[in-house]
Ligand binder design. Sequence first.
Ligand code: 5GP
Length: 208
Amino acid sequence: MTENRQLSRYGTVLIVSGPSGVGKSTVCAAVREQFPKLHFSVSCTTRDPRPGEIDGEHYYFINKTVFEQKIAAGEFIEHADVFGNYYGTLHSEVLKYISQGEDVFLDIDIQGAMQIKEHTGSDELLKRCCEFIFIIPPDRNELESRLRGRNTEDEAVIQRRLAKSEHELSFWREYDYIIVNDTLEAAVERMKHIIYAAHCRTGRYREI
Ligand code: 5GP
């Protein structure tokens, strides 16, 4: 840059969604191992913890009253009702990373991703930093077997999730990128290329 000017880079907000059971979390976790400055945004939820889930690490597990107070205080970038529970992303969770040039994954559902997309119209920083990524299964049967393989939900829940997945697949056009999760290795490679390209976007830089 000229004389005293230098460029500083904002982090990237990687908004990753896809139908339930597509393997988002596995792909994101594998990518994260290879990028030390890539974080997971910890969402708030009103659902109960599953075995092994830790408060503050997997989610902030809060009750409905506290969640509604946070909505009223404008603390969420987005929030949604997913399968009868609230889930939401805190502004603070995202800003703390991107302002330091570090990247953050938002593993959120499509309603939430669409809310963030709307905000990018009025929020300059979000507009500059977001990449919308949609993960799809190689075929539909794959989704069902992944959902059943989890063994954590009863049949009624699986059926609800499958029906929702069908609907969700139709949203792919709203995203910047599609990743087919055919093999974990290939999906991880695709995600890495998106991240490398995201780091080169002019919009992500500012003069200091
Ligand atoms: P699970 O209960 O299996 O952890 O998550 C259920 C769904 O909620 C997943 O599709 C996940 O992406 C979504 N989800 C998790 N955190 C958030 C969030 O902060 N906001 C929104 N909108 N969805 C979320």
